[in-house]
Structures are given as structure tokens and as C-alpha cells.
Design a protein around this ligand. Structure first.
Ligand code: NAD
Ligand code: TYD
Length: 349
């Protein structure tokens, strides 16, 4: 039986990846390592917690001794590394936390894998999950390809870029078998309501202002999270060693257009009069260093591995909204406690 370590599996994307691997691969034992920070929540993977090929391990990827012990005990065959600090706004307030988890934590995992596997890389794989934000910003034209130079603008994207470079360096220097993907903005169930789509769904439910940064003309390329999990599965199993793939939704939206679409669907779902939720839109001060536009050219993963998104944005958004409306207890749970003080600091003034 293969032993696979997935890090960050109690977070948004990680929970979908863990669920998919546990259900699809009974021949694997999946170890989900997560520190359960504010973004990690065992409720996200409650449905699979009793599966016989699944073990949850609470721990911090920056704890060198703990990670070395974990690798020595289990001798993992593969690592799918998602654990990270993931929110740009938080990185602006506390950049060092991002260096610690995203750069230092990734280094600790790389060292542990290298030590464990050295001399016998056969059948081993270190898969690092990254973001399109490492490429910086696009103007009105063009797409990010796998050869676009890195040009990160936020402390978050700089920390992810740095960790990507270390993964490549371990591949070149020590022969560590790795694969790396850079994905566009995800959305879907279990998304923590600090990011645009779940934050705005939660605020619409609660009749709170919808804080649109700047003029709202920033563009993101949105991908349904389950389609990202499918791509991760494919790349882990069939991606070329020492290679990188871009993953995206072929789905660009200016924030303000997305927010208006969200408002329309929410009005229908909540039985509110047309135009009600749009009245909540409030333009607020811009994010410093705000990247204008992200858009992915996902031709390589499509041509080489046959991957493409399975749902349209309208379908994915509807599934997402339905999930949040059916899971208000989850929303209330994650927005109690520390969330209120985060929200106040981020959105006052
Ligand atoms: P998330 O913030 O929802 O989840 C991160 C998880 O990592 C949480 O469960 C948290 O508890 C855990 N974690 C944080 N620090 C840890 C530590 N020191 N040790 C162990 N666990 C720790 O993030 P997400 O949106 O699911 O993103 C997952 C990965 O995908 C990240 O690497 C992110 O950079 C990347 N990514 C995200 C997106 C997106 O749109 N969300 C897009 C592309 C790439
Ligand atoms: P976000 O979900 O934080 O993802 P990222 O910054 O990683 O792309 O933000 C998506 C877009 O929405 C981005 O252009 C910033 C904008 N935004 C707002 O206008 N208001 C908000 O309250 C948030 C959280 C984001």
C-alpha cells in the first residue's frame, strides 16, 4: 500500500484533494497533515474521517523535528503539498507569517523528503501546489504560460514564488522528483469567507455591505475547486517529472461583473426582489499592490494530460451558492470568534 502525505488537507482546496484521493484510491493510505490554523477545519473532511485508508495528523510543517519523525515513521511514497498561508490581504499585514509557513515550511518538507528518499527516488514524487500569482500581473492582453517569468507583487505571491524556486532547486541539485502546478483563483464549497466569493455570499445572506476594492475592474480567472482537484490527481499520477503545469478556468471575470452576477443569483435563491443585493455594493479603498489581471493559458495540461474544466462558471457558482445556503451552520461556525476581529481590522476605514 502506498503512503501519501497531503499537507493542508483541512483547508479549502486540500479538503477536496483529500476526499478525492481517499475515495478514489483504496490502495493508498492518505495522511492528512494540517496545523488547523484559522483556515483549517476538520468539518471540511468530516465525511471521510472514518475511512480505513485515512489518517489525520495535527502538526506544523515548520516543526523540523516533528516532520523528520513523521517521515521516519511512515516513509511516505509521495507528498502533495498544499499547506500554506493563502490570503493576500493577511500577507500585507503580516508578511513574516507567510515566509515562515510558505518558504520555511516548504523547505522543511523538502529536506525531510530528500533525506528519506535519497539514493532511491524510484516511485517517489514531491508535488508542490502553487498559484498563478507568482507571475505578477497582466495588462489588458496576454495569458500566463509556464515560461512567463516570475514577477510576484504581494508578500503572499513572493513567498509562493520563493517556495516554487526551492522545489525546482531541489530537483536540479539533488535530483528530487518533483512536479509543480500554478493554478488560478479557485471557488467552491468549504472556501473560507475571507476570499471574494464566499465573503460576498456571507455578506449578502447577512445584508452586509459588499466591499469592492478600488474601481472593481480587477480581473481574475476562476476555476471550480473540484476541477482543480481533478487536475491535481492527474498531475500527481501522470505529470512529467521535474515539470510544471498551469491550471486555469478559461474564465476571466472583472470583479464588479462577477459581484453583480453573484447578487442576481443570490436574489433569486433568497427570494429577494431583483436588484436588492446590488444595493449592498460599496466601493472601498484599494488593496496596496493590487494585481490588475490574472489569466492562465492551460493549453499544456490540456494537450499533455487531457484536462479541462468540467463545469461552466454559472454551473459552478450555482453549486457553490447552493452549498453555502445549505450549510449556514458551517458559515456561522467559521465566522464566529477570531473572524469578527479580522473583519473589523480589514474593513474599517
Ligand atoms: P487555505 O488557507 O484554505 O488552507 C490552508 C491549509 O493549510 C489550512 O488547513 C491550514 O490549517 C493549513 N496550514 C497553514 N499553515 C500550516 C502549517 N504551518 N502547518 C500545517 N498546516 C498548515 O488555502 P487554500 O486556498 O486551500 O490553498 C491551498 C494551496 O493552494 C496553497 O498552497 C495555495 O497557495 C494554493 N492555491 C490556492 C488558490 C486559491 O484560489 N485558493 C489558487 C492557487 C493555488
Ligand atoms: P481574493 O479572493 O482575495 O483572491 P486573490 O487576491 O488571491 O486574487 O480576491 C479576488 C479579487 O477580489 C481581487 O482582485 C481582490 C478583490 N476583493 C475585493 O474587491 N474585496 C474583497 O473584500 C476581497 C477579499 C477581494
Amino acid at each position: 500500500m502506498k503512503k501519501i502525505l497531503i499537507t493542508g488537507g483541512a483547508g479549502f482546496i486540500g479538503s477536496h484533494v483529500v476526499r478525492r484521493f481517499v475515495k478514489r484510491y483504496p490502495q493508498y493510505h492518505i495522511f492528512n497533515l494540517d496545523a488547523l490554523t484559522y483556515a483549517g477545519n476538520l468539518e471540511n473532511i468530516k465525511d471521510i474521517e472514518n475511512e480505513s485508508n485515512y489518517t489525520f495528523v495535527k502538526g506544523d510543517i515548520t516543526d523540523e523535528v516533528f516532520i523528520a519523525d513523521l517521515f521516519a515513521t511512515h516513509d511516505f511514497d509521495g507528498v502533495v503539498h498544499l499547506a500554506a498561508e493563502s490570503h493576500v490581504d493577511r500577507s500585507i499585514v503580516d508578511p513574516l507569517a507567510f515566509v515562515k509557513t510558505n518558504v520555511f515550511g516548504t523547505m522543511i518538507l523538502l529536506n525531510a523528503a530528500k533525506k528519506q528518499w535519497q539514493g532511491n527516488f524510484e516511485g517517489k514524487r514531491f508535488y508542490h501546489i502553487s498559484t498563478d500569482e507568482v507571475y505578477g500581473t497582466l495588462g489588458a492582453e496576454g495569458l500566463f504560460t509556464e515560461t512567463t517569468p516570475y514577477d510576484p507583487n504581494s508578500p503572499y505571491s513572493a513567498s509562493k514564488a520563493s517556495s516554487d524556486h526551492f522545489v525546482r532547486a531541489y530537483g536540479e541539485t539533488y535530483g528530487l522528483p518533483y512536479v509543480l502546478t500554478n493554478c488560478s483563483n479557485n471557488y467552491g464549497p468549504f472556501h473560507f469567507p475571507e476570499k471574494l466569493i464566499p465573503l460576498f455570499i456571507n455578506n449578502i445572506i447577512n445584508n452586509k455591505p459588499l466591499p469592492v476594492y478600488g474601481d472593481g475592474k480587477y480581473t481574475r480567472d476562476w476555476l471550480f475547486v473540484e476541477d482543480h482537484a481533478v487536475a491535481i490527481d492527474l498531475v500527481f499520477h501522470e505529470g512529467k517529472n521535474h515539470d510544471t503545469y498551469n491550471i486555469g478556468g478559461f474564465n476571466e471575470w472583472q470583479n464588479i461583473d462577477l459581484v453583480k452576477l453573484l447578487c442576481q443569483i443570490m436574489d433569486t435563491k433568497l427570494g429577494r426582489e431583483k436588484g436588492t443585493s446590488e444595493q449592498l455594493i460599496t466601493y472601498v479603498k484599494d488593496r496596496p499592490g493590487h494585481d490588475l489581471r490574472y489569466a492562465i493559458d492551460a493549453t499544456k495540461i490540456n494537450k499533455e494530460l487531457g484536462w479541462q474544466p468540467s463545469v461552466t462558471f454559472e454551473q459552478g457558482l450555482e453549486k457553490t451558492i447552493d452549498w453555502y445556503l445549505a450549510n449556514t451552520a458551517w458559515l456561522e461556525n467559521v465566522t464566529s470568534g477570531a473572524y469578527a476581529s479580522y473583519y473589523e481590522k480589514q474593513y474599517t476605514n
